[in-house]
Design a protein around this ligand. Structure first.
Ligand code: ZN
Length: 75
């Protein structure tokens, strides 16, 4: 099976156009999907991350839980 089209030479370097499966090794390429790449051999799936979702700002917890009970040591 010819593998033409899978490689591209740019600036004298061989560029692999498709991702290979880290489990199966070189020669097994991941199938490109819209938001993921998957290996048809072992089922390995790699999700494409466009942007890390920004973590929501955590609401600051009250320093002490408000129990409603009066502090005995309060002056
Ligand atoms: Zn695989």
């Amino acid at each position: 099976m010819p593998k033409t089209g899978l490689y591209e030479v740019a600036d004298g370097k061989l560029i692999r156009k498709k991702k290979t499966c880290p489990k199966c090794g070189d020669g097994v390429f991941l199938a490109e999907h819209k938001n993921r790449s998957s290996c048809g051999k072992c089922g390995y799936t790699e999700f494409k991350k466009k942007e890390e979702p920004k973590p929501k700002a955590k609401k600051e917890k009250a320093k002490a839980p408000d129990t409603g009970a009066p502090s005995l040591f309060e002056e």
